[in-house]
Design a protein around this ligand. Structure first.
Ligand code: SF4
Length: 286
């Protein structure tokens, strides 16, 4: 069983909910995946011993052979991304601009080659509760979907080795390639929304992706109590999919500031997370 937690918008409490679900489910044989490869943070809440750490080469970049000279400007002309400048008969390639399309290699195969490019890092940790698999995208790189794919592949291999029955995936914000990679193959999704117009609008967009994949889903309100108006809107918008509410509680940011998973608190927020987790557990295992 693979369960993805998503929100569309960042800052709604998606990762707090994912950490809560993982901790409450840790009695099961499970794996936690942090697929938010732009800004992973589950490893801050769940430190552990590194079992595996490796670079991920998920794309290619053009590399100029310094022993060669450029006699025409064709490579710079065909580069639609403005990544090549010719200086003193040498091609200077801006690696951040290069999209690895290979057009320059076609017109100048003797001096320019496509080489694998470092896109990110895969890390597997053994935490006190469960194995945690996450990735870190290299700053400025664009292959986040491919990094998520590699992270999920590593999690699948651990799940197979250990015979785990549950994989929880903390999906990235947004609705793009890394979210699609995080949702692919999932059996269930949980949308986390806060009672604000931006969060409602963004979750609606994220759930369009979930519906596209025919994944059953539920919705949980986080920070309930901050706007009665928008809580009513959430009820109308998401109807029966809405199954739990976690009240706004100032203890939660204080716990996060100490890198403590919010469900470990004693206040109404922590109790709300526990209730929400129970409701989701009932949904996914009934
Ligand atoms: S591979 Fe494509 S994007 Fe990169 S430098 Fe060559 S033409 Fe430009």
């Amino acid at each position: 069983m693979k369960v993805a937690i998503l929100s569309g918008k960042g800052g709604t409490g998606k990762s707090s909910f994912a950490s809560s679900l993982a901790l409450e489910m840790s009695k099961k044989n499970m794996v936690l995946v942090d697929a938010d490869v732009d800004c992973p943070n589950q490893h801050i809440l769940f430190p552990g011993e590194i079992l595996r750490k490796e670079p991920l080469y998920v794309s290619k970049t053009a590399v100029f052979d310094e022993s060669k000279h450029i006699f025409s400007h064709r490579c710079a002309e065909v580069c639609r991304f403005g990544a090549i400048r010719i200086i003193n008969s040498k091609a200077v390639i801006d690696r951040l601009k290069c999209e690895g399309c290979g057009a320059c290699v076609l017109v100048c195969p003797d001096a320019i080659k496509l080489m694998p490019k470092l896109g990110g890092e895969l890390i597997v940790k053994e935490t006190k509760h469960f194995p945690l698999v996450y990735g870190k995208l290299e700053p400025g790189e664009s292959g986040s979907g491919k990094v998520v794919f590699e992270v999920k592949k590593a999690a699948e291999s651990i799940a197979k080795e250990r015979g785990t029955e549950l994989t929880i995936i903390d999906a990235p914000a947004g609705i793009g390639c890394p979210v699609i990679a995080a949702l692919t193959g999932c059996d269930y999704a949980v949308g986390v929304v806060e009672p604000t117009p931006a969060s409602i609008a963004n979750l609606k967009r994220a759930l369009e992706v979930v519906r596209h994949f025919n994944i059953p889903f539920s919705v949980v309100i986080n920070k309930a109590g901050i706007s009665e108006t928008y809580e009513k809107k959430i009820t109308v918008e998401f109807g029966e999919a809405l199954i739990a509410q976690v009240p706004y509680d100032e203890e939660i940011p204080r716990l996060l500031a100490q890198a403590i998973p919010p469900i470990k608190g004693k206040g109404a927020g922590a109790k709300g997370f526990k209730k929400a987790v129970k409701a989701i557990e009932k949904k996914i295992f009934s």
